[in-house]
Structures are given as C-alpha cells and as structure tokens.
Design a binder for this molecule. Structure first.
Ligand code: ZN
Length: 499
C-alpha cells in the first residue's frame, strides 16, 4: 500500500471499526438481546451514530483525502478507496446535523406508528407519518443534489450511479414480458394441490441440513455464523465475522432453506473482499443491487435448479422420509417452483416477485414527486395489483402497509431487489460461459468453481466500480432483462412443457 495513503487508511479503519461495532449491536438486537434491552441498545446505537458523524466531519479526514487524491503513484484500487471515502464524506457533511437528527427521530417514531397501525389497518394513524417522512426525504434530496430528478439522490444511497429514468425503462420492459409469461405458466400449471402443504418437518433435521448446505456453498463458518431471527438478514460486521440468520417453521421446510441459501450468498460476498483492504470501501459491497444478485443467484439459479436437487433431494428425503418419501424429484421441483400470484412480496415466487417491485417503484416515485398523496395510496395500490397480478388485498396490512420500508423512508430501495434478480441471471450465464463445468459440479455438490469465479469477478473488487460498470466488465453488458427472461422461459419450459 502506498505511503501517501497511510493517513487515509488510519482514519478509514477507525470509521469501519465503529461501523463493525454498530453491526454487532444491531445483529445482537435481532437475535439474542433480551426483550428489556431495547431502550439501552437504542441509546448505544445513537451515540455511535453521533461519533461516526463527527469522524466524517473531522477536518483531518478532509485533509488526508485531499492530499491522497493528488498523490502520484496510487494503484487504481487505492484511488477507489480515496474516491469512495470522499463520496461517503461528502454525503455525510451535506446533510445539516439538525436535519439528520430530525430524520432519525421521525423515522424511528414513524416505524413505531406503522408497527402498531398495520395489524389494525389504521391508515389514518399511519398516513400523516408517511407524509412527514416523504417530506423530509425531499429535503434530504435537495441537500444532496441529484443528476436528473430528486429521486436520483435517494437511489444514490443504495445503487450509486443508477438513474430514475433508466430504472423506469428497465422495469417497464420487464413488466411487459412478465405479465404474458405469468398467464402461460398459470394455464399450464393448473391448480394441483401443493404436495408440501400440511406436512410437518421437525426443526432438528432442518437445522442440521441448513448448516450442511451453508458449509457446502463455501461459507467459512470460522469467519461467520448462522443464527435465527424473525426476519432473515446478513450483517457483515467484518469480512472475518459475517453474521447470517434464517428462520425455521415446522410446517414450511423450504422457507428456511431458501433463506439460508439467500443469506449464504450475501455472506460469501461479505467474506470475499481482499484482506489488505479490510477497513476501507474496497472491502465493502458496491450496492444493494449487486448484493442482492449474490443472494438470488444462490437461492434461485442454484437452489431452485434440477442440478442442485438431483444431488441433495435424496439426502433431504432421508432426513424427512415421512413427508417426502413418496414425492419424486419432478414433483418436488414443481412444488418449489410453483407460480402463484400472492399479496405478500416476500412470499412471492420468481415470476411474480418483480411485479410487486414494479408496483412499489411506480407508487413511490409518484408519492415522492407529489403526484400521489398517502390518502390515495390504498386505491392506487389495489388498482396496480389487479393490473399486474390479477388480485387485490381486502386490507392495507396485506397491501401498502405490508413492508417496513416506507415507514422508515427507505425510498429508492425497492428497485434494487429487481436489479438483483436480473443481475443474478446475467452473472450466472457469464459464470457458466467462463466455466462450462459448473452445472456438472453442482450435480456433484461441488461449488468451489462457481464461488471462486464470483470471488474473482465480483467480490474482490469491493467498491472499485459502480453496479452497472461492474456488470459491463464481467458480462460485457449493463443490467438487462433478457438473461432473466431467458432463464424463466427455459426453466418453466422444461418444468411444465411450455414454449
Ligand atoms: Zn437479500
């Protein structure tokens, strides 16, 4: 590492050490913290957030970054460290402290109101808070500045470099292809009962099987853990301490398995950075859209494939001979790939999932732009659901109040889920083109080739490239809908015999 970078590295490692502490406290809050610990924990997290903001505003950081930015002889990766730290610092100092505090407080209150209002479908309690949160995000966007439209400033928080206009084009194109495919699949599929429904899968067997799969993927259990939480997540506190969670249900075997594969994919990304850059943006994911591509690739392209289950289904049958003994591989594959329009995004299958995201994107850009007010959201939601999926909820708890995101002002977040799905298919194609043995490896339960390719092509670059620049470098093209649509067409063509 260049000497000119030393002062920057020291300050950066200090910042990332604080961030790691925040990570462990947040992980603990969702896993092992006793119920009464909430208030004390919130205070610790708020104090750490203040210290981090002070560190970002510290003139020594600005000076060190300026000096390093003009230093000669830095490698491209070292320049990326300086560029990305400057980006983070600029963002942090552009928001006045009073506004940052107002956002933090409002968002925390709004989330509490949402949690209470949702089960009661109390839109009159929630809507004014939603309006407040959106107004604050507009102020934030004005402070941050933007390329074309204020919503771009929010995208920058999750998918640096992405533009609203570009995402609108991508999602409109995707919707136009998914709606007719959904119709064809539904016709071919008929309405046979789900062979996994009503069965019981004891948790002990599930836990052991999930640990086996996670280790087989190449997740280093000496540098990470798998625990349980209400909502599965990954907390990458440090590349050598990556915390994953999953959730088990006796009546739903696949929920935990797909969560483990999903979070395992996130976990491999978090463990895949270059050790010399630990404590810098080069040991951090590019964007949420890229992160989600890693989780979806393992969950879907690998974990819902015939190749994967031709290796693991016999093992799974041995663990659960009662419920699975009489169900063959073909029936199992149709069951885990079943397409069914549903109200809840997180339970959606691969075909309908992105239609949920398209709706959220359409509505949140309208809300943010002022063309839609929270009072009109329920009607707009139900119309959109009917148009995209042919069903609509009878209550907002199953509709626009289902996700936590809007209550905490996470606008610009939803599109990254679809970027992840599209990129997963596109990257998996590129991996197989580079290493044609991957399908046979998967059939043998050997994932080293695929994991190594992802480490080399995606993970080790940290934040050196933005999301689409990395896609272009690795696959030759920006994020597109075609590889994903081809993947769905091929898969459902084979499963259901449709063209
Ligand atoms: Zn994810």
């Amino acid at each position: 590492m260049q000497k000119a970078l030393q002062p920057v590295l020291e300050l950066s490692r200090d910042l990332y050490a604080l961030r790691a502490a925040v990570g462990v406290l947040s992980w603990d809050q969702e896993t092992y913290m006793p119920p009464k610990g909430g208030e004390g924990r919130a205070r610790s997290l708020a104090s750490l957030a203040r210290v981090m903001h002070q560190r970002f505003s510290d003139p020594r950081l600005a000076e060190a970054l300026e000096a390093a930015a003009t230093a000669a002889g830095l490698s491209e990766e070292e320049r990326a460290v300086v560029r990305e730290l400057r980006r983070d610092r600029d963002k942090a100092v552009k928001i006045p402290e009073a506004l940052a505090a107002e956002i933090a407080e409002t968002v925390s209150l709004s989330q509490r109101v949402w949690a209470e209002a949702r089960p009661k479908n109390d839109t009159r309690a929630f809507n004014p808070w939603l309006a407040k949160v959106i107004a604050l995000r507009r102020k934030e966007a004005e402070c941050l500045g933007y390329a074309e439209t204020p919503y771009d400033a929010l995208l920058e928080n999750y998918e640096p470099g992405a533009r609203t206009s570009y995402l609108r084009g991508l999602l409109t194109d995707l919707k136009a292809q998914l709606v007719p495919l959904l119709g064809r699949i539904r016709t071919a599929q008929g309405d046979a009962a789900d062979p996994l429904a009503g069965k019981v899968f004891p948790l002990e067997g599930q836990r052991a099987f999930n640990q086996t799969i996670l280790a087989a993927m190449g997740f280093d259990l000496e540098a990470g853990r798998l625990d349980e939480s209400a909502h599965p997540f990954t907390e990458g506190t440090h590349p050598e301490d990556v915390r994953l969670t999953t959730r088990y249900s006796e009546s739903d075997l696949m929920s935990a398995l797909f969560s483990t594969l999903h979070e395992g994919g996130h976990g491999l990304y978090e463990q895949g950075f270059q050790s010399e850059f630990f404590g810098t943006p080069m040991a951090e994911a590019v964007s949420l859209g890229l992160h989600e591509s890693q989780s979806r690739l393992w969950e879907n392209q690998v974990g819902r494939s015939r190749d994967f289950w031709s290796r693991y289904y016999p093992d799974l049958q041995k663990v659960f001979p009662g419920p699975l003994g009489a169900l063959g591989l073909d029936g199992f594959l149709r069951a885990i790939n079943r397409v069914q329009p549903s109200l809840i995004r997180v339970e959606a299958d691969e075909v309908t999932y992105n239609l949920h995201i398209v709706l959220r994107f359409e509505l949140e850009t309208a809300l943010f732009g002022g063309e839609l007010e929270p009072e009109g959201l329920e009607t707009a939601w139900n119309e959109g659901m009917r148009r995209n999926l042919g069903i609509a909820p009878s209550a907002p708890s199953q509709g626009y109040m289902q996700d936590v995101h809007w209550s905490c002002g996470l606008l610009g977040y939803f599109p990254t889920y679809t970027l992840g799905n599209l990129r997963a298919a596109q990257l998996f194609d590129a991996a197989r083109a580079a290493l044609p043995g991957i399908p046979a490896d998967i059939r043998a339960g050997s994932f080293g080739g695929l994991k190594g390719w992802l480490n080399r092509e995606v993970h080790r670059h940290g934040r050196r490239y933005d999301g689409d620049a990395l896609m272009e470098k690795v696959t030759g093209r920006k994020t597109e809908t075609k590889p994903f649509m081809d993947y769905l067409e091929t898969k459902y063509g084979e499963l259901l015999g449709i063209r």
